[in-house]
Ligand binder design. Structure first.
Ligand SMILES: NC(=O)c1ccc[n+]([C@@H]2O[C@H](COP(=O)([O-])OP(=O)(O)OC[C@H]3O[C@@H](n4cnc5c(N)ncnc54)[C@H](OP(=O)(O)O)[C@@H]3O)[C@@H](O)[C@H]2O)c1
Length: 314
């Protein structure tokens, strides 16, 4: 396992990290028993993964991680969770609610202090309200020793031009220790502004959902590329209709998914790439893919030529 420094936090995090949300939600959506969930997390630790991401919004993931990780010492892993800043009806949560929500996360995680607390799915339209109303709550909790670092995540199907990350990095880079965003083969736009700004300000980037949704599903991938061709977003002759990314599979790249995880780590601003698998076999494959986190230069160039200007999260 390779390790990288997570920006100004100075934390040494594994290049592959484990995400307990997404479609699998630590096996809650794929039928894993508690014993199998514990085994999956234990396998992460055995493989050298030391960074775990969760949220109050991921079903029982906080409780499951709290249970499993209590078997190892707290200094052997980095734990990140998230709090929502909006109510279900779209109104802003009160600062008091955010504080109670963080306290409840700590209880579920079975800890007195969480390494990273992130505002969950920060939309650029709400950015200044969050900085005025919710950020001070997190800062106070940090001063009380309940949070070590403060960050936020973008919406993974939201603003493909990374408006919130760019806004945050341009207006208040000093406030944010980490940002979670999506960067991958079909989502390259962060390389334009968000990732260079993060590097400039030493803000740690956690890469989320680098594979989901289209890349693990050949039918969805084929449909997406075909739609982009019809819309003129991707040139007609740039990719074959069948197996459009199959050309990435050669030499030590065993699958399109392998290629996707490698590409997701192949930017200097990215400290860690989350995988949200619920399968031990997939986990092992993904860790193996990131033993060598790069693709051949010619393949990377072709990816950038074809997808580099697309600014939609898919
Ligand atoms: N806005 C936010 O805050 C936000 C948004 C999205 C994600 N996240 C975080 O980022 C984490 C990662 O995102 P994600 O869960 O979407 O992760 P992901 O690893 O990009 O995608 C997970 C999906 O890919 C499948 N998969 C993974 N490896 C595979 C392999 N080798 N072969 C075949 N299928 C494979 C998984 O199915 P199997 O279970 O069958 O392997 C699952 O359906 C989340 O868990 C969450 O912690 C945060």
């Amino acid at each position: 396992m390779q390790y990288r420094t997570l920006g100004r936090t100075g934390l040494n995090v594994s290049l592959v990290s484990y995400g307990s949300g997404g479609p699998s939600k630590l096996g809650q959506n794929t039928g894993l028993s508690p014993t199998e969930q514990d085994r999956l997390i234990q396998r992460c630790l055995d493989l050298g993964i030391n960074f775990f991401d969760t949220s109050e919004a991921y079903g029982d993931s906080e409780v499951i991680l709290g249970r499993t990780l209590s078997r190892v010492t707290e200094d052997s892993y980095v734990l990140a969770t998230k709090c929502r800043y909006k109510n279900g009806d779209g109104s802003l949560r009160s600062p008091g609610d955010v504080e109670r929500s963080v306290e409840a996360s700590l209880r579920r995680l079975n800890t007195d202090c969480v390494d990273i607390m992130q505002i969950h799915v920060l939309n650029s339209n709400d950015y200044f309200d969050v900085v005025d109303q919710h950020y001070p709550v997190l800062k106070r909790l940090q001063e009380q020793g309940k949070i070590r670092f403060i960050g936020f995540s973008e919406h993974f199907m939201g603003e493909g031009d990374h408006k919130s990350a760019v806004l945050a990095l341009k207006t208040h880079p000093e406030l944010w220790d980490t940002i979670m965003l999506k960067y991958g083969i079909l989502n390259l736009y962060a390389a334009k502004e968000a990732l260079p700004l993060a590097l400039e300000h030493n803000v740690g980037i956690i890469n989320m959902a680098a594979v989901r949704v289209k890349l693990p599903q050949p039918d969805l991938l084929r449909e997406q590329i075909s739609r982009w061709k019809q819309e003129g977003i991707v040139a007609q002759d740039s990719l074959p209709d069948e197996d459009p990314l199959g050309w990435l599979v050669h030499d030590d790249v065993d699958s399109v998914i392998d290629a996707a995880y490698k590409f997701a780590a192949d930017h200097p601003a990215i400290s860690t790439v989350l995988t949200g698998t619920s399968s031990v076999r997939h986990l092992e494959d993904n860790v193996k893919a990131l033993e060598k986190p790069t693709l051949p230069e010619a393949d990377k160039r072709r990816i950038r030529e074809i997808f580099g200007e697309i600014a939609v999260y898919i």
